[in-house]
Design a protein around this ligand. Structure first.
Ligand SMILES: [Zn+2]
Ligand SMILES: [Zn+2]
Length: 134
């Protein structure tokens, strides 16, 4: 995994405005965590990686229609973040930037995200491409 330049920049929590700290979530995924509210910022691609590639992070028609505005702004683009369901009825609400597709996940939803990630990892389909899993 290469590290994009943007992930080396300092970011401030969209909720509290304090500097976030980079921390590993899994061996492959690092996120920025807020020491105040324990919310986390995920770059585009990181949520997908966390969820075994089972989601798409870009805004689709449905997610745009159901998204609601927030008073938070993207730490990278300063675009207002939109609150939406991670995917239909996932129960995990994310606050996402339309421009860079980065997402802020608050502490409560981060706990739900973790449960979802474990569930999806356990459900990995046995279909083609699962070479070397034996
Ligand atoms: Zn915060
Ligand atoms: Zn952004």
């Amino acid at each position: 995994m290469y590290r994009r330049f943007s992930s080396l920049r300092e970011r401030r929590c969209p909720q509290c405005g304090v500097l976030m700290e980079s921390r590993g979530v899994t061996p492959k995924v690092r996120a920025e965590f807020c020491p105040e509210c324990e919310g986390a910022w995920f770059d585009h691609g990181e949520l997908k990686e966390l969820l075994s590639g089972r989601i798409t992070e870009r805004f689709g028609k449905h997610s745009l229609e159901t998204a609601s505005p927030t008073d938070m702004a993207c730490p990278d683009c300063a675009e207002p973040l939109l609150r939406r369901d991670l995917f239909l009825k996932s129960g995990v609400m994310i606050n996402q930037c339309r421009r860079c597709s980065g997402s802020f996940v608050d502490n409560g939803n981060r706990a739900r995200l973790k449960i979802l990630a474990i569930a999806l990892a356990a459900q990995r389909p046995p279909a083609g491409g699962a070479a070397g899993s034996a």
